[in-house]
Write a protein that binds this ligand. Structure first.
Ligand SMILES: *Cc1c(COP(=O)(O)O)cnc(C)c1O
Length: 381
């Protein structure tokens, strides 16, 4: 199976997303070292946060990753085609009536509420033997998971518990990216009590940021997503992860300015006088969120030109276009058809998300289908 866009497709594209699979693998290994003996799974929901689940998961599988998480059944079915052997968990669990599809694709549903538990027990009873499932409990996020009372009621019925035979017990932190938040310790303590009541079942509480909260948050399996893709799991401190993504946009036109003039919709930015501008084929329809350009004074945004020069984003981001001030680039070093890196050396995914008043997760998952995904270092493992 080839995942590479053709040279013709790359030539046609206005912008290209390059994914460094070697960096994804290096990040997984770094997290594994941090997890100190806990199994390190990989969360590849939402098409591996927009980067391409098949390519990412296959690279991680070659590096030794055995367990993967997606959100939807459909994502699980697609991932099963790419990974015939791996353990694949489906975080949302079964919609009523879809249980049989989990068994058919050997997908492990995360059972999040009593309706899903009852539906699964009915399905398993029809089969006459347990089918692997995972159980989520709520420890304080109040999003998905059995309450303590529901869990206790289930546990008080050993026949049902035996029929369920969970492979994994999991819960999720609400505030792991704020290490001092008091809810972290409360959730870890509550989860430890749940886990103690299901001895022998692998327990999992931490996603990317939780891995950095210390041993009490670790349990048997960790489930990083964003840190694999280069997002900072320790906001406020230096990013320990390697960058994974480069977003390169092609220059359609270069303009010389010889007098003050405004740029773009709303005429929000005025070029002071002499200078040069490059308009590139990338806009908010590609996931270069319009809000990223809205705070030039507090959050200036810089593209990287040929690995060296800084080019500042000016004016509003349009649907399909954005404009950069390339006055700092020597005139003979840049022309239409060249690219600027909009995610690159001078703009991390966290910095761009910050400028757009969002988080790297949303930035990555909005990267649009117009961008061909080009994979590098896929054999690095
Ligand atoms: C998305 C998700 C993860 C991964 O979270 P990151 O912060 O990206 O590491 C882990 N567990 C659950 C339940 C999730 O929904």
């Amino acid at each position: 199976m080839s995942l590479a866009p053709s040279p013709a497709a790359l030539a046609r594209a206005g912008a290209v997303l390059t994914v460094d699979l070697g960096a994804v693998v290096a990040n997984w290994r770094a997290l594994q070292a941090r997890a100190e003996g806990a199994e390190t799974a990989a969360v590849v929901k939402a098409d591996a946060y927009g980067l391409g689940a098949a390519a990412v998961a296959q690279a991680l599988s070659r590096a030794g990753c055995r367990s993967f998480f997606v959100a939807h059944l459909e994502e699980g079915i697609a991932l099963r085609r790419a990974l015939p052997e791996a353990r694949i968990f489906v975080l949302h669990g079964p919609n009523p009536g879809t249980e049989v599809e989990f068994a058919a694709a050997r997908l492990i549903p995360v059972l999040n509420g009593m309706e899903q538990v009852e539906g699964w027990l009915a399905f398993v009873a029809g089969r006459g033997r347990p089918v692997p499932a995972a159980l989520q409990v709520d420890t304080g996020m109040t999003r998905l998971g059995l309450s303590r009372a529901e869990f206790d009621a289930l546990r008080a019925d050993p026949a049902r518990m035996r029929a369920l035979d969970p492979q994994l017990l999991m819960s999720h932190f609400a505030c792991a990216d704020s290490p001092d938040h008091p809810l972290n310790r409360q959730q870890a303590e509550r989860f430890a009590a749940f886990a103690a009541d299901l001895p022998g079942v692998t327990a999992s509480l931490s996603a990317s940021s939780g891995i950095f909260l210390g041993a009490a948050a670790r349990f048997g399996l960790v489930r990083p997503g964003i840190a694999l893709y280069g997002g900072n799991p320790t906001p406020g401190a230096e990013n320990p992860m390697a960058p994974v993504v480069t977003l390169s946009a092609k220059i359609i036109q270069i303009q010389e300015m010889d007098r003050p003039q405004t740029v773009g919709y709303g005429a929000t930015w005025a070029a002071p006088g002499r200078g040069r501008l490059a308009t590139v084929a990338l806009g908010y329809a590609d996931g270069f969120l319009r809000a990223i350009g809205n705070h030039p004074d507090t959050h200036p945004v810089f593209a990287t030109v040929k690995g060296t020069w800084k080019a500042r984003l000016v004016g509003r981001i349009s649907m399909d276009l954005a404009t950069f001030d390339i006055s700092a680039v020597p005139e003979d070093r840049i022309r239409p058809g060249d690219t600027v890196d909009v995610i690159g050396k001078y703009a991390s995914i966290d910095a761009l998300a910050d400028a757009g008043q969002t988080i790297s997760y949303e930035l990555l998952t909005r990267l649009g289908p117009r961008l061909p995904r080009l994979y590098r270092n896929g054999d690095a493992s």
